[in-house]
Design a protein around this ligand. Sequence first.
Ligand code: 5GP
Length: 113
Amino acid sequence: MSSIFQQIIDRELPADIVYEDELCLAFTDINPQAPVHVLLIPKKEIVSMATVKPEDKDILGHLMIKASEVAEMLGLSENGYRLIINTNEDAGQSVFHIHIHILGGRKMTWPPG
Ligand code: 5GP
Protein backbone atom coordinates (compact mmCIF):
# COMPACT_ATOMS: atom_id res chain seq x y z
CA MET A 1 0.00 0.00 0.00
CA SER A 2 1.54 3.30 -1.05
CA SER A 3 1.63 6.33 1.27
CA ILE A 4 -1.12 8.95 1.31
CA PHE A 5 1.12 11.38 -0.56
CA GLN A 6 2.04 8.79 -3.19
CA GLN A 7 -1.70 8.26 -3.70
CA ILE A 8 -2.12 12.02 -4.20
CA ILE A 9 0.75 12.02 -6.74
CA ASP A 10 -0.91 9.07 -8.55
CA ARG A 11 -4.32 10.83 -8.45
CA GLU A 12 -5.79 7.94 -6.45
CA LEU A 13 -6.68 10.40 -3.68
CA PRO A 14 -8.11 13.87 -4.41
CA ALA A 15 -6.23 16.99 -3.32
CA ASP A 16 -6.41 20.72 -3.94
CA ILE A 17 -3.27 20.96 -6.09
CA VAL A 18 -1.80 24.46 -6.31
CA TYR A 19 1.42 23.66 -8.22
CA GLU A 20 2.90 20.73 -10.12
CA ASP A 21 5.93 20.07 -12.27
CA GLU A 22 7.86 16.94 -13.29
CA LEU A 23 9.63 16.73 -9.92
CA CYS A 24 7.21 17.99 -7.29
CA LEU A 25 3.64 18.67 -6.26
CA ALA A 26 2.09 21.26 -3.91
CA PHE A 27 -1.38 20.93 -2.42
CA THR A 28 -3.46 22.35 0.42
CA ASP A 29 -3.10 20.61 3.79
CA ILE A 30 -6.31 18.81 4.78
CA ASN A 31 -6.00 20.13 8.37
CA PRO A 32 -4.70 23.69 7.94
CA GLN A 33 -2.79 25.31 10.81
CA ALA A 34 -2.79 28.78 9.25
CA PRO A 35 -4.93 30.68 6.71
CA VAL A 36 -2.52 29.36 4.05
CA HIS A 37 -1.13 25.86 4.64
CA VAL A 38 0.32 24.07 1.65
CA LEU A 39 2.44 20.91 1.50
CA LEU A 40 5.21 20.69 -1.08
CA ILE A 41 6.45 17.17 -1.84
CA PRO A 42 8.90 15.57 -4.24
CA LYS A 43 7.46 12.98 -6.62
CA LYS A 44 10.43 10.82 -5.65
CA GLU A 45 9.55 8.95 -2.47
CA ILE A 46 12.07 10.22 0.11
CA VAL A 47 10.99 9.10 3.58
CA SER A 48 12.29 11.97 5.72
CA MET A 49 15.14 14.43 6.26
CA ALA A 50 16.73 11.66 8.31
CA THR A 51 17.15 9.50 5.20
CA VAL A 52 18.25 12.02 2.56
CA LYS A 53 21.30 11.04 0.52
CA PRO A 54 23.89 13.14 -1.31
CA GLU A 55 22.21 12.12 -4.58
CA ASP A 56 19.03 13.91 -3.42
CA LYS A 57 20.86 17.26 -3.69
CA ASP A 58 19.16 18.37 -6.91
CA ILE A 59 15.61 17.48 -5.84
CA LEU A 60 16.07 19.10 -2.43
CA GLY A 61 17.42 22.25 -4.07
CA HIS A 62 14.49 22.21 -6.48
CA LEU A 63 12.04 21.95 -3.58
CA MET A 64 13.53 24.98 -1.84
CA ILE A 65 13.34 27.09 -5.00
CA LYS A 66 9.74 25.96 -5.59
CA ALA A 67 8.82 26.65 -1.95
CA SER A 68 9.89 30.25 -2.53
CA GLU A 69 7.98 30.48 -5.83
CA VAL A 70 4.80 28.84 -4.47
CA ALA A 71 4.86 31.15 -1.42
CA GLU A 72 5.17 34.12 -3.77
CA MET A 73 2.32 32.75 -5.92
CA LEU A 74 0.15 32.42 -2.80
CA GLY A 75 0.82 36.05 -1.87
CA LEU A 76 2.91 35.28 1.20
CA SER A 77 6.29 36.76 0.32
CA GLU A 78 5.80 40.31 1.51
CA ASN A 79 4.41 39.61 4.99
CA GLY A 80 6.35 36.37 5.37
CA TYR A 81 5.80 32.70 5.92
CA ARG A 82 7.29 29.68 7.62
CA LEU A 83 8.71 26.50 6.05
CA ILE A 84 8.70 23.40 8.24
CA ILE A 85 9.96 19.86 7.67
CA ASN A 86 8.90 17.70 10.60
CA THR A 87 11.32 14.81 10.97
CA ASN A 88 10.53 11.58 12.84
CA GLU A 89 8.79 11.13 16.15
CA ASP A 90 9.89 14.07 18.31
CA ALA A 91 8.91 16.54 15.58
CA GLY A 92 5.57 14.82 15.03
CA GLN A 93 6.13 13.58 11.49
CA SER A 94 3.01 11.60 10.58
CA VAL A 95 3.45 10.99 6.83
CA PHE A 96 6.71 9.33 5.85
CA HIS A 97 7.14 10.95 2.46
CA ILE A 98 9.22 14.08 2.91
CA HIS A 99 7.18 17.32 2.75
CA ILE A 100 7.73 21.01 3.31
CA HIS A 101 4.89 22.76 5.14
CA ILE A 102 4.39 26.29 3.76
CA LEU A 103 2.50 28.22 6.42
CA GLY A 104 1.39 31.82 6.16
CA GLY A 105 -1.37 34.38 6.40
CA ARG A 106 -0.97 35.01 10.14
CA LYS A 107 1.71 36.01 12.63
CA MET A 108 3.76 33.03 13.79
CA THR A 109 5.11 32.56 17.28
CA TRP A 110 8.61 31.49 18.28
CA PRO A 111 9.70 29.10 19.67
CA PRO A 112 7.30 26.67 17.95
CA GLY A 113 5.33 24.25 20.12
P1 5GP B 1 3.54 15.89 9.29
O1 5GP B 1 2.75 15.74 10.56
O2 5GP B 1 4.02 14.55 8.77
O3 5GP B 1 4.61 16.93 9.34
O4 5GP B 1 2.51 16.46 8.23
C1 5GP B 1 1.60 15.68 7.55
C2 5GP B 1 0.52 16.60 7.07
O5 5GP B 1 -0.25 15.94 6.10
C3 5GP B 1 -0.44 17.05 8.17
O6 5GP B 1 -0.41 18.47 8.30
C4 5GP B 1 -1.80 16.54 7.69
O7 5GP B 1 -2.85 17.42 7.97
C5 5GP B 1 -1.57 16.35 6.21
N1 5GP B 1 -2.38 15.32 5.60
C6 5GP B 1 -2.56 14.04 6.08
N2 5GP B 1 -3.35 13.34 5.26
C7 5GP B 1 -3.68 14.19 4.23
C8 5GP B 1 -4.49 14.02 3.07
O8 5GP B 1 -5.05 12.97 2.79
N3 5GP B 1 -4.61 15.10 2.26
C9 5GP B 1 -3.98 16.29 2.52
N4 5GP B 1 -4.18 17.29 1.66
N5 5GP B 1 -3.21 16.47 3.61
C10 5GP B 1 -3.06 15.43 4.46
